[in-house]
Design a protein around this ligand. Structure first.
Ligand code: GDD
Ligand code: MG
Length: 371
């Protein structure tokens, strides 16, 4: 399918701070690679060979990591000086594209068949077609009400609970004709969801199609943790999930795992990680490359990112320890809490209730506790 793609990767990832303090959301690690790599994999699988990345926040890291080719997907970069909003950014990045193109939010995981979306779009003679997916709580998304023929009757971004009368939402993947960009005024921020889609609804040229397949928006620590779980459990099929094999355990050959440590599947231990004696890692744990877990600690349903150092007898559950962070002995981190990258948390702290420790913060020993 020779349809080019524009991928939006310019957001600040506010709800994932402090993990996004120095890493843009699309570059956050997801098991063994940046989140954005899964979007590339999905596009390639459906025959896309060219993508433009619409960058804003911390663009250099994305470019330095992927360069101009991601395993056969040719990449171009386009950086805004000021955030242009989702519509403005698509307009800016799609200048010069002649035929139909895909536009995608770069912060979700998805498995839907893009070929079927294009087929439906062409069949209906649509100007724009939105991939839809059902979710339990549409309030965080764009609610899409459909007519029986697949035309969108209304599009409501972040609906109020009383407005919800369908579970179908915008999955952040569109097939667009270049004419859509006529609705994007230049030189100011424009939201495709709040400004462009409602105009297309009036014109009756906007369509939506729900397709089967995995879908998850990664916007909060909770959904970021769910993404790790779904890869480890192979609910979302990936190459790294396959590598976990039948026993759902992957230990990189360069990792050092004590014979006296206990790995409970599913579990992933990255390159050069060190797991000391008496440690329990898993279930549902990811230890990033070069991370160190001290003797007697427990890491369960949690992520210890690259090069972080967890002291002895720590307990980390349903939480994140950011890259290069250090936890003193006996620290407890739980309840969807996040230790920012580079933070130094002294011994004996107890961190719970979604607490977030800023990047590079220094927390003295026994400073934080919970009842
Ligand atoms: N280049 C650029 N410039 N990218 C941007 C900008 C911008 O000004 N603003 C947002 N983005 C990117 C983000 O990086 C993200 O990949 C995508 O656009 C969507 O922005 P989010 O801030 O993550 O929006 P959301 O998750 O609240 O809602 C959007 O996604 C939902 C599905 O995940 C909307 O499109 C909803 O309608 C949709 O349901
Ligand atoms: Mg999002």
């Amino acid at each position: 399918m020779q349809i080019p793609a524009v991928i939006l990767v310019g957001g600040e990832g506010t709800r994932l701070r402090p993990l996004t303090a120095r890493t843009p959301k699309p570059m956050l690690p997801l098991v063994d690679r940046p989140l954005l790599a899964f979007t590339f994999e999905h596009l390639r699988r459906h025959g896309v060979v060219r993508a433009t990345l619409s960058c804003g926040y911390l663009p250099t890291q994305i470019r330095e990591h992927f360069g101009d080719d991601a395993d056969g997907l040719a990449l171009e970069y386009c950086a805004e000086d000021e955030p242009l909003g989702t519509g403005g950014a698509i307009g800016f990045a799609a200048r010069g594209i002649i035929g139909s193109f895909f536009a995608l939010n770069g912060d979700s995981l998805r498995g839907a068949d893009l070929g079927r979306l294009v087929e439906f779009h062409r069949d209906r003679g649509a100007k724009a077609t939105i991939l839809l997916t059902p979710v339990a709580d549409p309030t965080r998304y764009g609610l899409v009400r459909l007519r029986p023929d697949g035309r969108v009757a209304s599009f409501l971004e972040k609906p109020r609970p009383e407005e919800i009368d369908t579970d179908l939402i915008n999955a952040g993947v569109y097939v667009l004709e270049p004419e859509v960009l006529e609705h994007v005024p230049p030189a100011r921020a424009v939201s495709i969801e709040r400004e462009v889609f409602p105009r297309l609804v009036e014109e009756e040229s906007l369509y939506g199609l729900a397709l089967p397949g995995y879908w998850l928006d990664i916007g909060t620590p909770e959904s970021y943790l769910a993404a790790h779980r779904d890869i480890l459990e192979r609910n979302f099929p990936t190459e790294v999930g396959e590598r976990l094999g039948r026993d759902y355990t992957y230990v990189d050959p360069s990792a050092e795992v004590s014979a006296d440590a206990h790995l409970v599947p599913p579990v992933y231990v990255g390159a050069g990680a060190v797991i000391e004696a008496g440690v329990r890692v898993g279930s549902l744990a990811v230890i990033g490359s070069g991370a160190h877990v001290g003797a007697g600690s427990v890491v369960e349903h949690a992520v210890v990112q690259a090069r972080a150092r967890v002291g002895r007898d720590c307990s980390i559950t349903r939480s994140f320890v950011g890259e290069d962070a250090e936890l003193g002995d006996g620290t407890i981190v739980r309840g969807l809490s996040v230790i920012g990258p580079g933070a130094r948390v002294g011994a004996g702290n107890r961190i719970d209730g979604g607490l977030r420790i800023a990047a590079d913060a220094v927390v003295p020993p026994e400073a934080l506790s919970f009842p």
